[in-house]
Design a protein around this ligand. Structure first.
Ligand code: IYR
Length: 221
């Protein structure tokens, strides 16, 4: 390795194998309870919880540690309404014109349509942006693997919010450049997805769908 500044690896913890197995199983069981939710309550959520989940997201590995993400947190009713209006416009285009028959058929079990009331009902919207490039001392610098990095950070965010006891929807209106305009984000940032966060409505229902079994999505050699 080339010469570079280092510090001791102080955060690593080894567990006895049995404890390791139990932790892996209980973590899986916990994340396996997560469901994408579309029926949200308007109950308020503590900002501290959101901030700590975002801190967790910010621990994701990233290309050259450039952390090429931005999370724009929205609670203002007026901004949520503008986002809903813009998203529903694009979604109407999608459902009525842009989507192929095959795509609409694939979405059928999810029961989705162009109406997105949750964009106003849920207390938090988190618009995730990937930064295609950054700035250092006013100079434009390249970012590497921004999609992969932002995807990893978003996965951590979803896991952290679920762990805290909140429900989410990963929403991807397409195209969603309206998010740059509404949220005043600069041109180096591309919307990645919109996370809708809150408590589920008391009578929330979810599609009757299943996850693949381990053997269906893994191979060992
Ligand atoms: N963006 C649309 C359509 C949609 C597409 C996929 I792929 C989904 O998994 C779910 C929905 C919408 O949000 O309704």
């Amino acid at each position: 390795m080339t010469d570079h500044p280092t510090v001791p690896l102080s955060g690593y913890r080894e567990y006895p194998v049995e404890e390791m197995c139990a932790r892996a199983l209980s973590f899986y069981e916990d994340v396996n309870r997560r469901r994408t939710v579309r029926d949200f309550s308007d109950r308020q959520v503590s900002r501290e919880v959101i901030e700590n989940a975002l801190r967790a997201a910010g621990t994701a590995p990233s290309g050259a540690n450039l952390q090429p993400w931005h999370f724009a947190v929205v609670t203002s009713a007026q901004t949520k309404r503008r986002i809903r209006e813009a998203a529903e416009y694009e979604e109407r285009e999608f459902y009525e014109r842009r989507a192929s028959e095959e795509w609409l058929e694939t979405l059928q079990p999810l029961g989705t349509d162009a109406n997105k009331p949750f964009l106003e009902t849920a207390p938090y919207l988190i618009a995730v942006f990937q930064q295609k490039w950054g700035y250092q001392n006013g100079e434009r610098v390249n970012h590497y693997y921004p999609s992969e990095s932002t995807g990893l950070a978003t996965g951590l965010l979803i896991t952290a919010l679920h762990h805290a006891g909140l429900a989410m929807l990963t929403h991807t209106p397409s195209p969603m450049n309206f998010l740059n305009e509404i949220l005043g984000r600069p041109e180096n940032e591309r919307p990645f997805l919109l996370l809708v966060v809150g408590y589920p409505a008391p009578d929330a229902r979810v599609p009757n769908i299943a996850r693949k079994e381990l053997a269906e999505f893994t191979s060992f050699s």
